[in-house]
Design a protein. Structure first.
Length: 150
């Protein structure tokens, strides 16, 4: 199964769902001093992680089109990819975490594991299959030595 939706679309859908949940369910609010500042700091860190991932692909002169992983010309295993096979998705997760904190809703936080599960199934697994088909043993070695998330 080839990915058909850009991951950022999932991020937007999840962010809207989190907003609706926070708006409708007023229970278990996060009472956190400087919630806005904490959210901004986490967001900046998330964007930085996304940028680092994209930078490594650009440096390797390969595609990072999540809809066409089979077009990759090089397996990227350096930089941030030494620590996670999916730093860009971690960055997206951090953006959603920051949003949940900003909204002040513990219920919105419950959406995050669903995001991880969905991205793992509809995006990461097909990407991994395409990269394994393309890079074979080199990619299998990478799979065994670097975690999917963190």
């Amino acid at each position: 199964m080839k990915p058909k939706v850009l991951p950022i679309i999932y991020v937007i859908i999840f962010a809207v769902c989190m907003y609706l949940i926070a708006s409708m369910i007023d229970l278990l609010k996060i009472e956190l001093h400087n919630r806005g500042l904490i959210s901004v700091a986490i967001s900046i860190f998330g964007v930085f992680i996304i940028w680092l991932g994209g930078y490594q692909f650009k440096k390797a002169s390969t595609t990072f089109n999540p809809l066409a992983p089979e077009e990759a010309t090089q397996l990227v295993t350096s930089g941030i990819y030494r620590y996670s096979r999916n730093p860009m998705y971690i960055g997206f997760l951090l953006l959603l975490l920051a949003w949940a904190i900003f909204l002040g809703s513990l219920f919105a936080l419950l959406v995050l594991p669903v995001f991880v599960l969905l991205i793992s199934i509809v995006q990461i697994r097909p990407e991994e299959k395409a990269l394994e088909d393309k890079f074979g043993d080199a990619y299998r070695h990478y799979l065994s030595s670097v975690r999917r998330w963190i």
